[in-house]
Design a protein around this ligand. Structure first.
Ligand code: HEC
Ligand code: HEC
Length: 296
């Protein structure tokens, strides 16, 4: 008798092939020949590799490598492509670094040409916070509307980008919405009254004789202005435009009043070139040029 699981090899009745003689619970393995195509593929890839060693960069030699007869270098190809790109945009990049903002803004042909590059720069650096197209989101102001904390002219935007807001830059713009509730500056019922007044302000339905109006006049106008239209030099937003950074519903306004707010916008001075900052400022100023004051 043969060892368990091993039979004498015999002929498989269905295919006519010899079997290996191995038996797994009645299943036998055919002794089929190794496919020729695999052998050919191995031979061809081996021959290709010999040719490639000779023609292309292949072997590492410590700090260097064999260059190959063709002298191809993908690194150099990539650098040449980058140089061509820089050359193609050098005329306008130089203009953005050197011309003053008003001259650039007046050059509509130039502005049209750089729009795609500016949009890409915005998408790469700003959209993470300010949203696609600068439409903003809770805590991050909409840059495509006509409501501004610090001002929407290209010159003021350049400065906002350069120093940031509440940032680590020594010249940073600085502004803070006080925490009226947490810091005990106002009683709870005054906070509720002024919050309702602000909700009404946003809807253009504020009652000047309400209790909230009195609280507003005493505590808020220094920063937000007599009529709550905001004071741009203070970085205090308008509360009348229905463009909210944090939200214009009663609950969000009570939270704003209770805990205060202090948004942080990073400085871009060391991260973007002067030309790029100028380009972005003109782009951002252009976003709001089409605003009709309708979106929230
Ligand atoms: C890490 C998040 C973040 C990034 C990234 C960011 N910002 Fe801001 N930005 C803010 C916040 C938050 C504010 C509002 C600060 C406040 O509430 O006081 C702001 C404010 C601004 C303002 C002032 C708006 C006004 O009403 O005056 C401008 C302009 C601006 N950002 C442009 C940009 C541009 C352009 C970029 C890209 C280079 C950018 N921001 C990248 C968070 C960011
Ligand atoms: C010291 C100046 C200052 C005073 C006083 C002040 N605010 Fe503000 N307020 C700000 C600033 C600055 C912001 C913007 C905060 C930010 O985004 O970083 C702000 C933001 C707000 C917001 C959020 C707006 C939005 O778009 O979401 C509301 C609401 C508000 N203030 C209401 C009030 C009311 C009501 C009072 C009076 C009880 C008041 N503020 C007093 C400076 C002030």
């Amino acid at each position: 008798m043969t060892a368990p699981g091993v039979h004498k090899s015999d002929i498989d009745p269905v295919t006519g092939y010899e079997t290996t003689g191995h038996d797994w619970n009645g299943i036998r393995e055919l002794n089929t020949p190794f496919p020729k195509i695999v052998i050919w593929a191995l031979v061809l890839t081996f021959l290709y590799s010999v040719v490639a060693w000779v023609l292309l960069p292949a072997w590492p030699l410590g700090r260097d490598f064999t260059r190959g007869l063709l002298g191809l270098d993908q690194g150099e190809v990539a650098l040449a492509g980058y140089d061509r790109l820089e050359e193609a945009r050098s005329d306008w990049m130089a203009a953005f670094a050197n011309e003053d903002i008003a001259t650039l803004q007046a050059d509509t042909a130039l502005m049209t040409r750089v729009r795609p590059a500016a949009a890409r720069l915005f998408a790469d650096n700003c959209a993470a916070c300010h949203g696609a197209g600068g439409l903003g989101g809770p805590g991050f102001p909409n840059l495509a509307d006509s409501a501004w904390l610090w001002g929407g002219t290209p010159e003021t935007i350049v400065e906002t980008l350069r120093v940031g807001i509440n940032s680590a830059h020594p010249d940073s713009r600085f502004a803070q919405m006080p925490a009226f509730g947490r810091d005990g500056l106002l009683e709870r019922q005054d906070i509720m009254a002024v919050a309702e007044y602000v909700v009404a302000l946003g809807r253009g339905q504020a009652d000047p004789n309400s209790a909230g109006a009195a609280v507003f006049a005493t505590n808020c106008v220094a920063c937000h202005g007599e009529e709550g239209r905001g004071i741009v030099d203070n970085g205090a937003p308008s509360l009348t435009s229905n463009h909210w950074i944090y939200g214009g519903d009663l609950q969000t306004i009570v939270t704003t009043l209770w805990n205060g707010r202090q948004g942080e916008m990073p400085t871009w001075e060391d991260r973007l070139s002067t030309g790029e900052i100028n380009m972005l400022a003109l782009y951002v100023a252009g976003l709001s040029a089409t605003d009709e004051g309708k979106q929230d």
